[in-house]
Design a protein around this ligand. Structure first.
Ligand SMILES: Nc1nc2c(ncn2[C@@H]2O[C@H](COP(=O)(O)OP(=O)(O)OP(=O)(O)O)[C@@H](O)[C@H]2O)c(=O)[nH]1
Length: 609
């Protein structure tokens, strides 16, 4: 194998990632590695160094993967930090394909959790060398002996092979780095072959355009070289090529076999530099692409509307900008009779949805109304026509529907065995079908269910947590679709259906849902100067009704005397209060009402207080 001068000999490279359940301490361990290998000095060190987005730091979670090059003991380690939340599993799977080894990190006070398993299986499917590690051994509540045994049982090694570290104090981290050098296989590739590099991440930078993260498999990529994205055959010139350590550093000699780094070509949209694609050189290009990844598909949809209709163009612009950085974000314009002009936006999951919403409001200063999230339904009509419904208000009404299909998930729940009963009750109440159950140790079980995705996106996780005192963890993956008896429940205000309130619900739950929604809306919608009847209906059949009585709200009534400034203050205050209100017909509806369905506990799984 030929290595050009100045390039790293592949035999000295180790590419690894850290995978773990959320909050088990990946980012903290990554911080220690940055410090111990000396790429960040103690003075510039800050917690969660690699989480660059404000929102990542505030929430203490990792959203985008990061790749850093660390010098250690004459070797080059490329560490890829990955997010742990289920919504971002696709980020994890991309990163895994750029590695030969994975540190499987488990909190020594918590033990194995649902995402520990999910990530371990992903890593095993990618044939990665697994290094089992217990973290947080400094915690008084740590039970390293117990969990080393659990972990060893899971991956089939000896409990003494499980390393023990503390990302917080740094104990054991040097030994872990040594272990990475000794046990993770060096990358293998053909230096003389045509260049092939895998894109495992692609981010938009305001100043530099799209920064594409690649792992070179064969050949070499250099600066000022014309490259081709193999899936689209689009060619670009590499303007800059380098490595992250932990700030970007230009690599004059380019990147060779096994190296991980970034390239900049001047493209302005991450979709032109698609994750999973293979980069090759335009002149002597490779003919065969590397195995790609699954393209992330939106699982959850919600309508986003500006509170102030004039902000519609700003919302469009903001979504366009976010999409430059997030290829999984999809949206299209929609109009709602109740809410005006807005967008139907597709997300990977609820956390993704929350994050996008928060970024729109925070980074772009928009005030938004979001409708209750829903999944995608496939409706087959009697005449054989098929519809994909991403908005409940588009669900066809009338008797011509032949079949409705909804997405289902394979869900795995891990919890102490004392909660089996409670968990089964919740899942049964959500139309779940038990698939199996295994004991991981004497007192911890893994329970597998097939559950409709639509049932998970409504406060399922909160219910699970509250019924298991926070001990259960959940992971789910899409598992196709199932035929189901679903109906549309409409909500009418003053006799007029409000499209943004429509929901698709299982036939057996429709009645309970309608009654509860009507009740909830009566509480949430403030009294107006006229009476407002609220009705829930399936087609033309009204299934529930509530009334909001009229009042005459005169905020100035208590201001006798002529204190004009006080009056003005009261009026201002009232205006403030209205900011999050939307006029629907003649009725003022607060934002909370549009997501009321989120906390509607129809079914049997109400928490027992
Ligand atoms: N006592 C102790 N606390 C730790 C240790 N490592 C991490 N923590 C704490 O555990 C919490 C989660 O740590 P993070 O590093 O943010 O976890 P993460 O796995 O990166 O989380 P995500 O990025 O959201 O997946 C933080 O409050 C850390 O301070 C450790 O070794 N000892």
């Amino acid at each position: 194998m030929r290595t050009q001068p100045g390039q790293t000999d592949p035999a000295l490279i180790r590419n690894f990632c850290i995978i773990a359940h959320i909050d088990h301490g990946k980012s903290t361990l990554a911080d220690r590695m940055l410090q111990i290998t000396g790429v960040v000095d103690d003075r510039s060190m800050r917690a969660q160094y690699l989480d660059r987005m404000d929102i990542e730091r505030e929430r203490g979670i990792t959203i985008k993967s990061q790749a850093v090059r660390l010098p250690w003991d004459g070797h080059v380690l490329n560490m890829i930090d990955t997010p742990g939340h289920v919504d971002f599993t696709y980020e994890v799977s991309r990163s895994l394909q750029a590695c030969e080894g994975a540190i499987l990190l488990v909190d020594a006070a918590q033990g194995i959790e649902a995402q520990t398993l999910a990530n371990l299986y992903l890593a095993m499917n990618n044939d990665l060398h697994i290094i089992p590690v217990l973290n947080k051994i400094d915690l008084p509540a740590a039970q390293p002996e117990k969990f080393a045994e659990e972990l060893a049982g899971l991956i089939g090694c000896d409990p003494s092979d499980v390393l023990r570290v503390s990302g917080k104090t740094g104990v054991g981290v040097k030994e872990l780095l040594d272990h990475v050098v000794q046990t993770v296989p060096a990358p293998v590739g053909d230096a003389d072959a045509a260049a092939r590099a895998l894109i495992f991440d692609s981010v938009y930078d305001t100043y530099r355009g799209v920064v594409t993260y690649v792992r070179v498999v064969d050949g070499h990529l250099g600066k000022r070289e014309r490259i081709t994205m193999m899936s689209t055959q689009a060619t670009h010139e590499t303007l800059e090529i380098g490595v992250i350590s932990p700030e970007p550093k230009v690599a004059d000699k380019g990147l060779g076999v096994g190296e991980v780094g970034y390239l900049i070509t001047g493209v302005k949209d991450v979709r032109q530099s698609r994750v999973g694609d293979t980069v090759t050189s335009a002149a002597h290009g490779a003919t065969e692409m590397l195995a790609g990844y699954d393209h992330p598909r939106p699982m959850v949809f919600s309508g986003l509307y500006p509170i102030d209709g004039d902000e519609y163009p700003e919302l469009r612009e903001a979504l366009d900008k976010l999409q430059l950085n997030d290829a999984s974000l999809v949206y299209e314009p929609e109009t709602s009779a109740a809410l005006g002009f807005g967008f139907r936006v597709g997300f990977l999951g609820l956390l993704h949805m929350e994050i996008i919403r928060e970024r729109l409001e925070r980074e772009f200063g928009l005030s938004l109304i979001s409708t209750a999230p829903n999944v995608v339904y496939r409706v087959v009509m009697e005449d054989g026509k098929e519809l994909t419904v991403t908005n409940p208000s588009e669900f066809p009404t009338g008797g011509k529907i032949a079949q409705v299909f909804e997405p289902v998930t394979k869900s795995t729940i891990l919890a102490p065995s004392e909660f089996i009963g409670a968990i089964m009750e919740i899942c049964q109440g959500r139309r779940g079908q038990l698939q199996g159950m295994d004991y991981l140790s004497e007192d911890r079980v893994e329970i597998r269910y097939t559950l409709p995705l639509g049932e998970i996106i409504f406060d399922f996780f909160d219910q699970l947590k509250s019924r298991t005192r926070g001990y259960a963890s959940l992971d789910y993956e899409p598992a196709g679709e199932l035929e189901s008896e679903l109906v549309k429940v409409d909500i009418l205000l003053q006799g007029e259906p409000v499209d943004a309130f429509s929901a698709i619900v299982h036939k057996d739950k429709a009645y309970g849902y309608g009654v509860e929604m009507a009740k909830k809306l009566r509480e949430l919608i403030p009294r107006q100067q006229f009476e407002v009847p609220i009705q829930a209906a399936i087609g033309a059949r009204v299934i529930a009704r509530e009334n909001i009585r009229a009042i005459r709200k005169d905020v100035l009534a208590k201001c006798y005397g002529g204190d004009i400034s006080r009056k003005r203050k009261l009026l201002e205050k009232q205006k403030e209060g209205k900011k999050r209100m939307k006029m629907v017909g003649r009725v003022e509806v607060p934002q909370e009402a549009f997501v009321a369905a989120l906390s509607t506990e129809s079914g049997t799984d109400k928490p027992k207080k």
